[in-house]
Design a protein around this ligand. Structure first.
Ligand SMILES: CC(C)(COP(=O)(O)OP(=O)(O)OC[C@H]1O[C@@H](n2cnc3c(N)ncnc32)[C@H](O)[C@@H]1OP(=O)(O)O)[C@@H](O)C(=O)NCCC(=O)NCCS
Length: 191
């Protein structure tokens, strides 16, 4: 299956503690608790948008067809959405970018590593995707550690480049389908 096929048929991915799933209007009250929190946007490349300040707006318009998909990250025990992630800029079903964020209250519990590992595995095991990559502000220590724990490699440093809407030093991190077996053997990317 091509990754783009999942845009209209979004996957549900289960890990030990999390369910990565499409979001609905019933998730708005959970989103309101963390999505407008400016502190999670420090290294995000832009501040919260109008819809991120008012998450009900996310569900008012029908999602536009795009080369991306966006999923919520819910805690299994409560089904409450505590974060979200994107696989986006899907190019020729071969390469795509990832982004992830979590409620501040949930940082440092291993959830970021658990969700990103699972999403990464899902993409490589179920689709023809060959490469996932992301940009990360060099000051974003938590994200750098999470990416490395998920088996992503630091591929380069861009000095004072444009990351979304900000100018900063950022790393490019990437992982290939062919890296997966190696990481599985070494214990990385275990969900
Ligand atoms: C990036 C993010 C998703 C990481 O999620 P998380 O659940 O906190 O990460 P994990 O708990 O899996 O942590 C991974 C490692 O980073 C470490 N870490 C997490 N936050 C850290 C921080 N602020 N400073 C230093 N280390 C940190 C953890 O201790 C862990 O290392 P360890 O296993 O050696 O203890 C989360 O910090 C976040 O939502 N940030 C705001 C949005 C953002 O910047 N997203 C990334 C854009 S590229």
């Amino acid at each position: 299956m091509a990754l783009a096929d999942y845009i209209n048929n979004k996957p549900v991915i289960e890990t030990n503690r999390l369910i990565i799933r499409p979001m609905t209007v019933s998730d708005v009250s959970a989103l309101k608790k963390w999505m407008p929190d400016k502190s999670i946007y420090t290294y995000w490349g832009k501040g919260p948008s109008k819809a991120e300040m008012n998450p009900e707006l996310l569900f008012e318009k029908q999602e536009r067809p795009a080369k991306s998909f966006h999923l919520g990250i819910a805690e299994k025990n409560s089904n409450e959405v505590i974060g979200d992630l994107w696989v986006y800029l899907i190019e020729n079903d071969r390469m795509a970018q990832v982004a992830i964020r979590l409620s501040k209250e949930k940082h440092g519990k291993g959830y970021g590593t658990e969700a990103l590992s699972a999403m990464t595995r899902f993409c490589f095991e179920n689709t023809e995707l060959q490469r996932l990559w992301t940009q990360v502000d060099v000051r974003n220590t938590g994200s750098v550690k999470m990416l490395e724990k998920c088996g992503y490699s630091k591929e380069g440093l861009i000095r004072q480049g444009k990351m979304v809407n900000t100018w900063c030093d950022y790393y490019v991190y990437g992982i290939l389908a062919s890296d997966i077996q190696q990481h599985t053997n070494s214990g990385l990317l275990r969900s």
